[in-house]
Design a protein around this ligand. Structure first.
Ligand code: AMP
Length: 400
């Protein structure tokens, strides 16, 4: 079975066509500036060069039809016709408490996802537009929703309840949900496989450090704590997001700087984090270069980032009362050996030792701890699309 995985944002759409049996990516690409002048379409058949074309894409339906045309193109396509696509998987950001696993999409499911829109107003409506466009163009093909929040639904109440009036949870659903669930699930499972451990018994801390970043404590294959909250703004210091701050900052700055609530939220989401502290960039590569050039604020940004990561890892080891492995993934986690080295300086006390030579690599699976390190340290490149494809294969086969 071939599976089309769609990750639909408000003005962009990423896609991959995966062979579910061989788990090979057949083609992938990106639609950008949907609904905006100058829309771009990127297509890459595996083993061939990427092509980038400017094609008008007034809406998501047009973008998806362009993707389907490219996949079935006589010359550069990878399938003869659309009937070869056995299912479409949609990455959906917020499933609230309604979805603890991936789900076959029906009209009823769409209604329930829509009821979670308030919890992710930037993401969920765009995700649903993608689902509806695909359903129109491929009415006979099963669609599956895979939720970023689902993996964290195993968190116990003491981890997800906020210290505010309980009725805000019962009435308004205010609680910690957590995100990057598909990535945390894939990386923790793969870590257990690499280490030859029983996933049901392993205690793993996954550090998903990308532009958005979160940490997850995975105990016996279940998420028991994670650093993002009701929204993806909480937790670590990220590329442009502040992560955890004292909520009192909002009132204080509102008065002091005469900022509206909206301006404060934009500042916290888009102008903060590593960008805000360094004043250089949200991209760690730029910040690393600035540090080499002697930029003190850039150095401070990295130190704050590292400090926060260390604090969360330490807390999550305590939550699990032990740890077998600490794993790095996503853009920074997979590629930034300096950041990994700085973070791991702090864990000698639990018997976790990084091997500088093994750490001297990027972008591939590796155990980077010393041979005698009690706690294993790994790099595992995340593969959310593959995880989604596996989930879909299982769900579609079970539904037959
Ligand atoms: P992601 O959100 O997972 O795609 O991660 C994107 C981020 O990874 C970029 O903004 C960079 O900060 C970071 N990144 C990618 N490659 C490197 C690298 N070679 N060294 C340091 N950081 C990197």
């Amino acid at each position: 079975m071939k599976i089309l995985v769609i990750n639909c944002g408000s003005s962009s759409l990423k896609y991959q066509l995966i062979d579910a049996q061989s788990e090979e990516v057949l083609a992938k690409g990106l639609c950008e500036r949907i609904g905006i002048e100058g829309s771009m379409f990127t297509y890459q058949k595996t083993g061939c060069d990427k092509t980038v074309t400017q094609i008008d894409q007034p809406d998501h339906k047009k973008s998806i039809s362009i993707v389907l045309d490219a996949l079935t193109d006589k010359e550069n396509g990878v399938i003869a016709d659309l009937s070869e696509i056995g299912a479409v998987g949609h990455r959906l950001v917020h499933g609230g408490e309604e979805f603890a696993a991936s789900t076959l999409i029906t009209d009823e499911v769409i209604k329930v996802v829509e009821s979670c829109n308030d919890l992710a107003p930037l993401h969920n409506p765009a995700n649903i537009i993608g689902v509806n466009a695909c359903r129109e163009l491929m009415p006979e093909t099963p669609m599956v929703g895979v939720f970023d929040t689902a993996f964290h639904q195993t968190m116990p109440p003491e981890a997800f309840i906020y210290g505010i009036l309980y009725e805000y949870y019962t009435k308004d659903k205010v609680r910690k949900y957590g995100f990057h669930g598909t990535s945390h699930a894939y990386v923790s499972k793969r870590t257990a496989e690499i280490l030859g451990m029983d996933y049901d018994k392993a205690k793993i801390v996954v550090c998903h450090l990308g532009n958005g970043a979160s940490i997850c404590a995975v105990d016996g294959g279940k998420s028991v704590e994670t650093s993002m909250g009701l929204t993806p703004l909480m937790g670590l210091v990220m590329g442009t997001r502040s992560g955890e701050i004292d909520p009192g900052v909002m009132e204080y700055l509102g008065k002091k700087e005469n900022m509206s609530f909206e301006e404060i939220m934009t500042m916290l989401n888009k102008k903060s984090g590593v960008l805000g502290i360094s004043g250089v960039s949200s991209d760690f590569r730029d910040v690393d270069i600035a540090v080499e050039d002697g930029n003190k604020q850039a150095l401070l940004a990295l130190q704050v980032f590292v400090h926060r990561v260390v604090s969360y890892i330490g807390a999550y080891i305590a939550v699990m009362n032990d740890v077998d492995a600490i794993v790095f993934t996503a853009g920074v986690g997979e590629n930034d050996q300096k950041a990994r080295a700085e973070i791991m300086k702090n864990f000698g006390y639990i018997g976790a030792y990084l091997d500088p030579e093994k750490n001297n690599m990027r972008g591939k699976e590796a155990i980077i701890s010393t041979d005698d390190s009690k706690v294993k340290i790994l790099v595992v490149p995340t593969n959310e699309e593959l995880m989604i494809a596996r989930d879909i294969k299982r769900i579609v086969e079970e539904s037959k």
